[in-house]
Write a protein that binds this ligand. Structure first.
Ligand code: NAD
Length: 502
């Protein structure tokens, strides 16, 4: 469907495109040049109802579909997604702005979770104890929840949806995805590929929208569980509202990830990794390093080496193979990020590299920002306290290992934390003492592989179970324990005592 000038992305329900019916739309842009590329329909509660009804109707048939057939569809989906990874990556770059190689990396990390979903027969096989008492056997089963909703952020428009729906559906649930309204096209393509792979109608649905659609999902009585990934304030509100409506919920929030560099670290390696992890994807990663903690006397040298590398980065359109970093998601966000750099000196920081004046000559209307490096940042400064979510790296200097760990543990967030050192004993202490859900030792962005689970502590996650890995399987299923006795006739008789196992 199109308006006069722009295509309008509608919803995807029962394996078919459905135009929006609310009369509300949001604009879509290409951040590389600022052009308007289309619009996305914003669902009302009525459209959310239609999508939920499709997922409810598909539920019984899907749940009764054999595990082997469900897994077979996931295998086919894996092959299709691998074959079309370039097309997915092109859609990501065109709406999000990240460079093509990074978009391909995002798809690869999403594929890992599809591969994990292919191992469902192993993951769902349950447990059995025989003869726990005379002729009594006990088995533990995991069963699907029903309809699950996924609400995802702009910064990984394909990977985060892939963290959710492959596992949810292979476990026998039907799924309703509400992608970010800033870059919804990649998620739509993922759903079209699922239909092509043979997912029956109603198993994977996409409803586009903003807060109104999210709140309708959270309140909907037919939705059993919600997986949310986004900013901390929204994650907290989503968790409270969904729990209030009786749902199971995991809500992953924002972050401020510290990289502690100990005095014995290889400083060139640490500087390379700090630059990669701070400025990759323009800093718009929940696992980006946004604070480097320089321990001891290495501060000047480390800052010099990071600055030297940062100044050489090539910034430009994501579809230009020469670009190492693309634009930010929107003009407003670009300006908000730049304000942190402008305000840094009055809050006591030293601006070592200032990227705020950077422009790409052929693309004057693109949402570009150069990279910035702030040194001697105080923990009271806004640039330390807030999640900036842009290409701004803050360096904080401390004297000792203990001060570094106290600094990291004093943060309200606890997503990722990394230590750079050659000292195995110090690294081991850090792993045990740091308050974060994901820890890197000489690895700046410790995003777990699919077989493990992803999740932070403190204000980086609301709920109990982390996402994907074994926690993902546990989240999308509920446990049932069956105690069975097939008595022989000699067991006859009445006994009012509480069941014992002896
Ligand atoms: P966001 O919170 O603005 O939006 C996330 C989703 O929530 C979107 O689908 C959006 O439509 C919806 N939403 C926005 N405001 C809402 C409201 N008031 N009520 C209900 N729903 C609302 O996040 P974003 O800007 O798209 O993404 C960036 C944020 O996500 C960063 O804070 C980043 O750290 C975080 N993030 C976290 C992880 C993680 O795994 N912890 C991963 C990726 C991104």
């Amino acid at each position: 469907m199109t308006t006069e000038q722009h295509p309008v992305l509608g919803h995807w329900i029962n394996n078919r495109s459905l135009p929006g019916g609310s009369g509300r739309e949001a604009p879509l842009h290409n951040p590389a040049d600022g052009t308007r590329t289309g619009s996305v329909a914003l669902a009302s509660a009525t459209e959310v109802d239609t999508a939920v009804a499709a997922a409810v109707a598909a539920g019984p048939g899907w749940r009764a579909t054999s595990l082997s057939r469900r897994t077979g569809l996931l295998y086919r989906y894996r092959e299709l997604l691998a074959a079309r990874r370039e097309e997915v990556a092109r859609r990501i770059t065109a709406e999000h702005g990240k460079v093509h190689s990074d978009a391909l990396g995002e798809v690869a990390r999403g594929l890992e979770i599809v591969e994990l979903a292919c191992s469902a027969p192993e993951k769902l096989k349950g447990e059995l104890s025989t003869e726990v008492s005379a002729r009594i056997d006990v088995s533990s089963l995991r069963q699907p929840l029903g309809v699950v909703a996924g609400i995802t952020p702009f910064n990984f428009p394909a990977m985060v949806p892939l963290w959710m729906f492959p596992l949810a559906v292979v476990c026998g649930n039907t799924f309703l995805l509400k992608p970010s309204e800033k870059d919804p096209t990649a998620a739509r393509y993922l759903a079209e590929l699922a239909a092509e792979a043979g997912f029956p109608p109603g198993v994977l649905n996409v409803v586009n929208g903003d807060r109104e659609a999210v709140e309708a999902l959270l309140d909907h009585p037919d939705i059993a569980a919600v997986s949310f990934v986004g900013s901390t304030e929204v994650a907290r509100a989503v968790q409270l509202r969904a729990v209030g409506a009786g749902k199971r919920v995991q809500a992953l929030g924002g972050a401020k990830n510290h990289m502690v560099v100990l005095p014995d670290a290889d400083l060139d390696h640490a500087a390379d990794q700090a630059v990669n992890a701070a400025y990759g994807s323009a800093g718009e990663r929940c696992m980006a390093i946004s604070v480097v903690v320089a321990v001891g006397a290495i501060g000047d040298e480390l800052v010099r080496r990071i600055a030297e590398r940062a100044e050489r980065l090539r910034i430009g359109p994501g579809d230009d193979p020469a670009s190492e970093m693309g634009p930010l998601i929107s003009r407003e966000h670009r300006d908000r990020v730049a304000a942190y750099v402008h305000n840094a000196p009055e809050q006591g920081a030293e601006v070592v590299v200032d990227g705020t004046g950077y422009r790409v000559p052929d693309h004057p209307d693109g949402y570009y920002l150069g990279v910035s490096l702030l040194d001697r940042v105080s923990t009271d400064a806004d640039a330390y306290r807030d999640e900036i979510f842009g290409p701004v790296l803050a360096v904080v200097r401390v004297g000792t290992y203990e001060e570094a760990v106290a600094l990291v543990n004093g943060s309200r967030w606890g997503n990722g934390a990394a230590v750079f050192t050659r000292d195995g004993g110090a690294a081991r202490r850090f792993q045990l003492e740091v308050e974060a859900g994901m820890v890197g030792v000489n690895v700046p962005i410790p995003v777990p592989v699919g077989a493990h689970s992803f999740g932070g502590w403190k204000d980086s996650l609301f709920g109990d179970l982390h996402i994907y890995g074994n926690d993902g399987i546990a989240f999308y299923t509920r446990g049932k324990v069956v105690t069975t006795r097939w008595p022989d006739p000699s067991d006859a008789g009445v006994d009012l005592g509480f069941p014992r196992h002896d």
